[in-house]
Design a protein around this ligand. Structure first.
Ligand code: FBP
Length: 553
């Protein structure tokens, strides 16, 4: 494989680790735990893995090693996130430290690899090639959900064949929920296989009191913020465009908020606030057009708007429209497919309830079409395919035209749209993610050595220098509650949305009017690996505000 000069230099980076993992570690067990909600029901569903203690590791005098080798399997599940390769390197180094003959097997292309028995042994040569690199290409990832007993049993066949006694599932809230169900099932049949989860997703919505952040969020936000900063500098140089920038984040707006904290855009919409205030699309357009009008009055016909990917589904009226569309298409897809392309819009308008029909009719042609495109396997609209940035830019233009006719707006409006998502998901990990991921993987191997199952690997205190980080494990059942999914109550890990009374949002709220009126852009520049620690090791703003109440460590 040909590598860039930076890749070669970066390959020799040794991730920083919590002090407790450097030498010999011993486990310290806390008190029994309860799930966040629905305790009785969750206890009943997870009789073997409920109530276990939170654990942490501390340095010890004894020997960490195991008398026998341990074979471990690893799966990357869901969307890519920077640092995944370092989680795998951490597991590898951890189990080799436990016993030199331990082996690590990677299942290919996500959970499918376990079910279809496609795997490869990850040897030292392979691991070394991928240290500190972005992407999930070492074994690939996939979105198949591990949820049926048939899949679990098929998986067990290959685990037994390879003599694997522990499986690490690296994924988001859904994948870790399924990891917990799998851990419970294997424990209930005495399968002799432990299951450990690792918190991954650029969306940042897998976090709670024990899990400070999901890996990949830090790097992805830094990459998007670099790009937004570059756009802002261009914007402030040419002074003639409004940039509408959508950033990934399937439902929660953590990425949009973090990018706003890093770059000070003129406008950032937060979906959770839109839902809480029951705002309509019209309200959002009014707000954006209002800021543009005020800036135009000062001769500032340029600016930036950050839009979270999941926005559409948080606008109550749009949510209702989408849910009626989902329902309608689930039953009438064949008939809809037969309607000729030019007639599809009118066909839908004629089929929806009057209120939803009116909203649908008011949408620009392209967005109306995107709302009727192929559903995901659960029959839901795929939000990442909806060009919300174009929708907003077009509707804002119409509003400004109307205001211009009334004499309310006298500026010039020219817009450019962007969508940042895939640009950041496989970026080379920042030092924070390289260190955090390696520690998560290494800790997973320590949890395996301690005989734990149904735990998520956890690293806390991450705004402090890495040697002070706290390595441990959290029972996954502790993060669970019951939620209605596809008409059924299911035990799931609660998704963390942006909290409107949390420090990051409040910080943004206090400053957003000033950022709208002034041009107070910040240009974060690219992620750095060489240089002062204030430049290279700084964790993101969300984390610093959440943990320390200030945006700087
Ligand atoms: P995960 O939660 O699985 O990590 O994926 C997050 C994400 O990157 C979202 O931000 C985005 O909406 C989605 O994946 C895109 O999915 P796909 O990779 O299938 O295009």
């Amino acid at each position: 494989m040909t590598r860039s000069a930076l890749q070669i230099a970066r390959a020799s980076y040794v991730p920083k680790m919590p002090e407790a993992l450097r030498g010999n570690a011993e486990i310290v067990e806390g008190a029994a735990t309860e799930s966040v909600l629905n305790q009785e029901e969750i206890r009943e569903l997870f009789p073997n893995t409920y109530g276990m203690p939170v654990v942490r590791f501390r340095q010890a005098a004894g020997e960490t090693g195991l008398p026998d080798p341990v074979n471990v399997g690893v799966i990357l599940s869901g969307g890519q996130a920077p640092g995944g390769h370092n989680v795998i390197a951490g597991i590898f180094d951890g189990i080799k430290r436990l016993h030199g003959d331990s082996k690590l097997y990677g299942f290919i292309l996500g959970p499918d690899g376990l079910v279809k028995h496609t795997y490869k042994e990850l040897t030292a040569d392979i691991i070394d090639e991928y240290r500190n690199t972005g992407g999930f290409d070492i074994i690939g990832s996939g979105r198949t959900k591990l949820e049926t007993q048939e899949q679990f049993d098929r998986g067990l066949e290959i685990l037994k064949k390879l003599d694997i006694s522990a499986l690490v599932i690296i994924g988001g809230d859904d994948s870790n929920t399924n990891a917990c169900v799998l851990a419970e099932y294997y424990a209930s049949i005495n399968a002799g296989v432990q299951v450990i989860g690792c918190p991954k997703t650029i969306d940042g919505d897998l976090k709670n009191e024990q899990i400070e952040t999901s890996f990949g969020f830090d790097t992805a936000c830094k990459v998007y913020s670099e790009l937004i900063g570059n756009i802002q500098r261009d914007c402030n140089s040419a002074r003639k465009y409004w940039h509408f920038i959508k950033v990934m984040g399937r439902s929660a707006s953590h990425i949009a908020l973090e990018c706003a904290l890093q770059t000070h855009p003129n406008i950032c919409i937060i979906s959770e606030e839109v839902a809480a205030r029951e705002q309509s699309l019209d309200d959002i357009i009014d707000y954006i057009a209002g800021v543009i009008t005020h800036r135009a009055e000062k001769g500032l016909n340029f600016g930036t708007v950050i839009i979270p990917e999941g926005l559409i589904e948080f606008i109550p009226a749009m949510r209702k429209l989408i849910s009626e569309l989902n329902e309608f298409l689930a039953h009438n897809q064949e008939e809809f497919d037969l309607v000729r392309r030019s007639g599809k819009r009118d066909y839908i308008i004629g089929k929806l309830s009057p209120k939803n029909s009116a909203i649908y009719a008011s949408l620009p042609e392209t967005v109306a079409r995107q709302l009727t495109l192929d559903r995901d396997p659960h029959g839901n609209v795929q939000v990442s395919l909806i060009e919300t940035e174009k929708l907003l830019a077009e509707m804002v233009r119409n509003r400004l035209d109307a205001w211009a006719k009334e004499g309310r707006y006298k500026g010039k409006f020219s817009s450019i749209t962007h969508f940042f998502g895939y640009e950041g998901r496989c970026a080379a990990p920042s030092n924070y993610d390289a260190d955090y991921c390696y520690s998560l993987g290494y800790t997973a191997s320590m949890l395996i050595a301690a005989g734990k199952t149904g735990y998520m690997s956890s690293i806390r205190n991450t705004t402090a220098p890495a040697r002070e980080w706290i390595a441990g494990g959290v029972p996954i059942t502790m993060m669970m509650n019951l939620e209605r999914r596809h008409g059924e109550l299911k035990p799931v890990i609660r998704k963390a949305l942006v909290e409107l009374d949390g420090a990051p949002f409040r910080y943004f709220e206090d400053r957003r009017d000033a950022w709208a009126a002034e041009t107070d852009y910040i240009y974060p520049g690219p992620i750095q690996y060489f240089g002062p620690t204030t430049v290279c090791d700084q964790p993101g703003k969300t984390l610093q505000l959440e943990l320390n109440g200030t945006e700087e460590s």
